[in-house]
Design a protein around this ligand. Structure first.
Ligand SMILES: Cc1ncc(COP(=O)(O)O)c(C=O)c1O
Length: 419
């Protein structure tokens, strides 16, 4: 007898669906399609040679250690590197505050696993990272969406969200995915203080803050919270769970990130992680530590900043040239994305098919919303496409938008322009 598998899946799987982006990525892998869809680093900048050299050293010098079981907390020298990295930002922690994880995504899953019971609320920016919604949905989360403006989440909506009694606030304060928006210094302070006063933890997702192309560096929420509650000699015991990642800095295929949090949180995360994957790939941790211990990361990230700044600027200039009136977009100071708002008469999801016919792809905005959504929004990535693709792809997208807005006008102009 065939097993009716759909009936066998646990209730917690009800809210779990495929990531719209991962599905889209499959669709756009045909030759000729220019993809602004994924959140991928530029392939040609992935540091394969440095990984090869570091791998060789690790395997030659410490191969038997690298291929053995490791500690759940992480490879101690890599933990020490994170402690030092945090110290440079004024955050005093020790190894009891650090967990090395298999990519930032695991930090979102672990936090939800620790803090959420079915039906519990999470306050999220609107729009927010859809991978986070996927992670929280697996724990049957409910959501309190918090609208944003050009300075990040609005404080009035935060206050209302805190009054709704969420289990935690999830935020990407710097170069947010998907909007590209950065939370202002004033609001960072307000968020940390209001959440502490309400006794609500903050989950700070921070994969992009090193990728700044202009403007002043802003302290992480972890740093703001540390200066709020930390005496000079104490290790961090505050209110923020901070998730970082090497994905956008070195390469997402490495699957390596970290959590910095109060020791009591890390202790429970370690227990949860033991039941998931025992520990993060030790070999990869050692290779990455070998690569970054002597300043490679800083040099590499400096290079990424130059290239990505140029691509962002190219995309902004092309949009100004090719997008029809009535379309607006954010101007991110860093990160990988910008967010486009179309006139309300257009539906980005419906336009995607037409865009694919023109061999250009983007991600429609809808899956990034936990609550009421704006179907006339979409996300564009500028790190992955090459400069000439950015120009051509934005021109194609501009044509799709112009055609959708004024099909009659577009047809006449097109006919006149054609030989
Ligand atoms: C905001 C945000 N958080 C987390 C992640 C997951 O990254 P990782 O590859 O480190 O798991 C991403 C990836 O795109 C992201 O944009």
């Amino acid at each position: 007898m065939d097993i009716p598998w759909e009936e066998r899946f646990a209730c917690r799987m009800e809210g779990v669906t495929s990531s719209a982006i991962r599905e889209l990525l499959k669709a756009v892998q045909q030759p000729g399609v220019i993809s602004f869809g994924g959140g991928m680093p530029a392939s040609e900048l992935l540091p394969a040679e440095a990984v090869r050299e570091a791998s060789h050293r690790v395997l030659t010098e410490r191969g038997h250690y690298a291929l053995q079981y490791g500690l759940t907390e992480g490879y101690p020298p890599l933990q020490a590197w994170i402690i030092e990295y945090m110290a440079r930002q004024g955050i005093i922690i020790d190894e009891s505050n650090v967990l090395i994880i298999s990519g930032g995504q695991q930090g979102l899953d672990l936090t939800a696993r620790l803090l959420l019971n079915p039906g519990d609320r999470v306050a999220v920016e609107s729009p927010t990272f859809l991978g986070a919604l996927q992670a929280f949905n697996a724990y049957q989360a409910a959501y309190v969406p918090m609208p944003m403006d050009d300075e990040g989440l609005e404080i009035e909506s935060l206050e209302a969200a805190l009054a709704a009694g969420p289990c935690f606030v999830y935020t990407i304060p710097t170069f947010q995915n998907p909007s590209g928006v950065t939370l202002s210094q004033e609001r960072r302070q307000a968020l940390v203080e209001l959440a502490a006063r309400a006794g609500v933890p903050i989950l700070e997702d921070d994969p992009y803050s090193q990728l700044r192309y202009e403007g002043e560096h802003l302290p992480s929420l972890l740093a703001v919270d540390a200066s709020r509650c930390q005496s000079a000699s104490d290790v961090y015991q505050g209110n923020v769970i901070h998730v970082g990642s090497f994905s956008k800095l070195l390469g997402p295929g490495l699957r390596l990130g970290w959590v910095v949090a109060p020791a009591v949180v890390i202790r429970r995360m370690v227990q949860a992680k033991q039941g998931i994957d025992v520990h993060t790939n030790l070999y990869t941790q050692m290779v990455v530590h070998e690569m970054i211990q002597d300043g490679f990361l800083e040099q590499h990230v400096a290079r990424l900043r130059v290239v990505y700044r140029e691509r962002r600027d190219l995309m902004l200039a092309a949009m100004a040239r090719y997008f029809p009136p009535g379309v607006s977009w954010t101007r991110p100071q860093g990160g990988l994305f910008l967010w486009v708002t179309l006139p309300p008469s257009l539906n980005a999801g419906e336009l995607l098919g037409e865009a694919l016919c023109h061999q250009v792809a983007f991600v429609p905005g809808t899956p990034f919303y936990a609550g009421e959504c704006s179907p006339h929004t979409l996300r564009l990535n500028f790190s992955y496409p090459r400069p000439e693709q950015i120009e051509t792809g934005i021109q194609r997208l501009g044509e799709v938008l112009a055609q959708a807005l004024e099909p009659a006008v577009f047809a006449i102009e097109h006919e006149i322009a054609s030989p």
